[in-house]
Structures are given as structure tokens and as C-alpha cells.
Write a protein that binds this ligand. Structure first.
Ligand SMILES: Cc1cc2nc3c(=O)[nH]c(=O)nc-3n(C[C@H](O)[C@H](O)[C@H](O)COP(=O)(O)OP(=O)(O)OC[C@H]3O[C@@H](n4cnc5c(N)ncnc54)[C@H](O)[C@@H]3O)c2cc1C
Length: 493
């Protein structure tokens, strides 16, 4: 198996429950047991670090030519080790739509028993004062507080459920990999980058990998499974000669299977980032001062126990929508970039006004045949004109929340009126990459409903890349479900 991220950890653990199965799981990143990973407020410090592949998008035509940072984890736990830890299930409409696209067994009811949630936390979340103000303001705008955080299924606002355990980050490493490592039939290699899938006569027989600069091969007795994420799995198929024939030929890669859909259908949730200063010194100070560190280490509380994006609201852009298509995320701090490193320049708060059903589709392609080169990531944000219109509506809903009376004592300077090029200048990524090896029946689908790569024996993909469309939610919990489903498909149960 390639990739020990959210999907890889979960799938490897499930498969090795059978003592007769032996799994080798390789990841390019290190084990990564640092404080920045376990400390919820530490995640911004990980972005752009050595635990991130440090990708950026191609210049985005409809975002004033900006390149957006495109972090993805290069560490055990993958992007789940760098994430903002929001843990939410998707909604009925999303998975039923997957099913209708020719993927029997992937409907909402089929997947219902496969969700994994973090253990109930003994440390209640203590939201920042400004997050409470945000929730009061939502109420004044008629957005009801969730009794039980339902997410996209119905409109409402609340404190996000998060993936935490004892005040620290909970990932697929803790939930799945660590317990499974006690078994003798799971081997994990870190610091090993797969370079391509080796095929013989239309069958995947192993993986070629880079170790300390040299190429080596390992043979698979049974199957090769790619769990390298929405960018990594597409990149590996392309490097292996599985992808659009013309593109591969141009790079001098022999075509093994001319699958036009590999790398296509790239999706992400875009969000407009709106921020305000706060005249009162109440915003979250997530810096690693001795007091904050001590409070977190000893009591698992305080600002460092916050995942920074504490509260949110799910909304419908119109009453006819089958489920929510807009989300407003709230962070009680002025700058999400600084993390533990330095105090923000101002007290303040940030709202991310997100579109959950983007129609725009992008692509992952290769820059060269060299596996050391990062691939080209072009999400083509807002190429579908309706995405811009819906993002603008989300931004207006966010502004209305901040204009509501509860915010009056806390609202300083900020995005209270719309700038002409606000969408182009302030749209950012929620880092929810998916869809580049999508499953389905049509010609341009890469995998079938059993996650087998079309036209190649003994090769599957099981990660965020197989999603035909992004769920209207935060995807990490869904990726765990994909791994659970993959385990059942592989075991034939
Ligand atoms: C900054 C950030 C914040 C996020 N916040 C949230 C959130 O709050 N809630 C949420 O639900 N989702 C969030 N996400 C998204 C979520 O983390 C991903 O959807 C999920 O981790 C995808 O799982 P995956 O297994 O498909 O890929 P990943 O978890 O990315 O795992 C892929 C693994 O494959 C490895 N790999 C890739 N290529 C190779 C290769 N050639 N050889 C060897 N190894 C390779 C990588 O090193 C990595 O470990 C966030 C993502 C990011 C980046």
C-alpha cells in the first residue's frame, strides 16, 4: 500500500485484522510525533513545514492570477495530521448521488454503519468569547443553534465536533495504525517515496520507490493499493503510464492504460476569507507562551487546546436546495496563518464563507516524468460562473452575521462592505482536495465501485481521490468511511 494518510492508516489496520494477510505500507513522510501535531492550535505552524509537500496551485485565472497554497500532509496520518480537526459526517443527498452515478453500495444507508468517531472527550471544549458572540449573532439572524451538530443535513450553527482525545489531536494514526502495529503482519516504511506502480501484462505486480536517491522495487504478492491522496494517487497513476495517452506520450512515459480521467475532476471547497479587528482584547491568543503551554500540557485546556476554527453555520442558498450548500466557518482570531509562532498583529476574528457544492472542476497533471517533481495542481476555481455567484451569497450571509447586534461591542475595522474584487482577492482553499481518480461507470471514471483501476488487474485506489463529488462537509471522516468500505470490498464481505 502507498500512503499512510487518513485512508492508508485505516485500511491497513482493517486488512491486517486477518492474520493471514500481510501489508506493507509505505509513506514518503516521517513518523511525525511532534507537539505541533498533537497540539490542536499548532496546525498553522505545520503548513509549509517539512511535514507538508509544499504544493501551490497554478495561477488561478478567476482569482486575479493568484497561486494558492495547497498544503497536504507528508507524514504518518497524512493531511489528517495537519488538519483543522473538524469531524463531520456528510449528508444523505451526497452519498445517494454517488450511488446514482453507477456506484452500488455507496449510498447513505449502505455507509451508515461505517463511520468512526473520536472517543467521547473527557475535556469539554471551552470556546473563546468571540465564538459565543458568533453563535449569538447567528441566532439573531434566524440561524437556529444545533441541538446535535447536524452539519449539511439541516441549517443551523454550533461548535464544531472535532477529532480530539484528551485535549489533543486524534488522527487515523491513533485510531487505527498504532493499535494495528502490535500485529506482526503490518510493516510500515517511512521516508520512502513511491515512484510508480510496476505492471506486467496488465497486472500490477509491485511498486518502484525512491530511497535515499536510488530507485528500488518491492513486489506485491496480491494487490497494490494507492492511498496517496487526491494529488498523490493521480500523480502515481500518471507516472505509471495510466492516464491520458497524449499527455503521457508528450512526457515520454510509455502508455500502459489510456485512462483519460486520471487527474481530472479535481475538486475543492473555496471560501472567501473575511476578517475584522476587535476593539476588545478577547480574541484567541494561540501563541506558545509558557502559560499556554503549561495549561495545555498539564490540564489539556486553554487556547492551545482550540482547533482555532471553533464554530460554524451550515446554510441553504435557496429553499429548493436538498441540503445546505453554504457554510460559514468562524475563527476567533485575526490571522489564521500565525499559529503558535507569534501573536497576531491585532485582536480580531475571521469568517470563512464557503461554497460546498462547487461546479468548477480542475486537474492534476505531471510537470515531467521525474517522480521527484511535484505535479501541477490546477483546481480552476470559479471557472463555473455559478460558483462565484454562490460564494458572493455566502460572503453576504457572513457579513449579515457580523452586522448583527451581538457583534456590536466586538466589531472593529474589517470587511463590512463588499470590495469590487473581493471574491477574486479573498478566496482561499479549505484544503478539501478530492475526485481525481473518481469511481463510476462512465468512460472517464478511473475506478469502479470496487475501487479497482479500470483495465489493470491487482490495482486499487482508496482515498479522497475516488470521490465522484465532494460531500457538502469536511471530508476527513468520509475518507475513513472510504477506507472501511475498501476493506470490506477487498475481503469480499
Ligand atoms: C491544512 C488542512 C486542513 C484540513 N482540515 C480538515 C478538517 O478540519 N476536517 C476535515 O474533515 N478535513 C480536513 N482536511 C482534509 C483532510 O485532511 C483530507 O481530506 C484527508 O486527510 C484525505 O485523506 P487521504 O488519505 O485521501 O490523503 P492524505 O491524508 O493526504 O494521505 C496521503 C498520504 O500519502 C503519502 N504520499 C503521497 N504520495 C506518496 C508517494 N508517492 N509515496 C509515498 N507516500 C506518498 C503522503 O505523504 C500522505 O501521508 C484538511 C486538509 C488540510 C491539508
Amino acid at each position: 500500500m502507498v500512503g499512510a494518510g487518513t485512508a492508508g492508516c485505516a485500511l491497513a489496520a482493517r486488512l491486517t485484522e486477518d492474520p493471514s494477510v500481510h501489508v506493507l505500507l509505505v509513506d514518503a513522510g516521517p513518523p511525525g510525533r511532534g507537539r505541533c501535531i498533537s497540539t490542536p492550535a499548532g496546525f498553522p505552524a505545520l503548513l509549509g513545514s517539512g511535514l507538508d509537500w509544499r504544493d501551490a496551485t497554478e495561477p488561478q485565472e478567476y482569482l486575479n492570477g493568484r497561486r494558492l497554497a495547497w498544503p497536504r500532509g507528508k507524514v504518518l496520518g497524512g493531511s489528517g495530521s495537519l488538519s483543522a480537526m473538524i469531524h463531520l459526517h456528510g449528508c444523505r443527498a451526497d452519498y445517494n448521488a454517488w450511488c446514482k452515478l453507477g456506484n452500488p453500495g455507496w449510498g447513505f444507508d449502505d455507509l451508515a454503519e461505517l463511520w468512526t468517531d473520536p472517543p467521547p472527550s473527557s475535556h469539554a471544549i471551552e470556546p473563546n468569547k468571540l465564538t459565543e458572540v458568533f453563535l449569538d449573532a447567528c441566532k439573531s439572524c434566524g440561524i437556529v443553534p444545533y441541538k446535535d451538530f447536524k452539519g449539511p443535513e439541516e441549517e443551523g450553527a454550533g461548535i464544531y465536533p472535532t477529532a480530539r482525545m484528551n485535549g489533543e489531536r486524534w488522527t487515523a494514526v491513533f485510531a487505527f495504525l498504532t493499535p494495528a502495529l502490535k500485529r506482526g503482519n503490518l510493516t510500515v516504511w517511512t521516508g520512502v517515496q513511491a515512484a510508480r506502480v510496476v505492471t506486467e501484462n496488465g497486472r500490477a505486480t509491485g511498486v518502484e520507490y525512491l530511497l535515499k536517491g536510488s530507485l528500488q522495487q518491492v513486489r506485491a504478492e496480491h494487490e497494490v493499493i494507492l492511498c496517496a491522496g487526491a494529488v498523490g494517487s493521480a500523480q502515481l497513476l500518471l507516472l505509471s503510464g495510466i492516464g491520458p495517452a497524449q499527455d503521457l506520450e508528450q512526457l515520454g512515459i510509455p502508455v500502459i492504460s489510456p485512462l483519460s480521467g486520471v487527474g481530472a475532476n479535481l475538486q475543492d471547497h473555496p471560501a472567501v476569507s473575511l476578517r475584522w479587528t476587535c476593539p476588545q482584547p478577547v480574541s484567541l491568543d494561540g501563541t506558545a507562551t509558557w502559560r499556554n503551554v503549561a495549561e495545555h500540557r498539564l490540564r489539556k485546556r486553554g487556547p492551545l487546546a482550540s482547533n482555532l476554527i471553533e464554530g460554524g453555520a451550515f446554510l441553504k442558498s435557496g429553499s429548493a436546495a436538498p441540503a445546505c450548500d453554504l457554510e460559514i466557518l468562524f475563527a476567533p482570531l485575526y490571522s489564521l496563518e500565525r499559529g503558535l509562532n507569534a501573536p497576531a498583529a491585532h485582536h480580531g476574528f475571521t469568517l470563512l464563507a464557503a461554497l460546498l457544492t462547487p461546479a468548477s472542476r480542475g486537474r492534476v497533471t505531471l510537470r515531467s516524468a521525474n517522480p521527484r517533481d511535484l505535479p501541477r495542481v490546477d483546481p480552476r476555481y470559479l471557472t463555473a460562473p455559478e460558483d462565484k455567484e454562490l460564494l458572493a451569497r455566502a460572503a453576504e450571509r457572513a457579513r449579515a452575521i457580523v452586522a448583527a447586534p451581538p457583534f456590536a461591542p466586538y466589531r472593529g475595522e474589517g470587511a463590512s462592505s463588499r470590495d469590487a474584487d473581493e471574491i477574486e482577492e479573498k478566496t482561499v482553499s479549505l484544503h478539501h482536495a478530492a475526485g481525481t481518480c473518481r469511481m463510476g461507470m462512465s468512460e472517464d471514471c478511473v475506478t469502479d465501485a470496487s475501487l479497482r483501476v479500470r483495465g489493470i488487474e491487482g490495482l486499487r485506489v482508496a482515498d479522497a481521490s475516488i470521490m465522484p463529488a465532494l460531500p457538502r462537509s469536511h471530508p476527513n471522516a468520509t475518507v475513513m468511511v472510504i477506507a472501511e468500505k475498501a476493506a470490506r470490498l477487498i475481503r469480499g464481505s
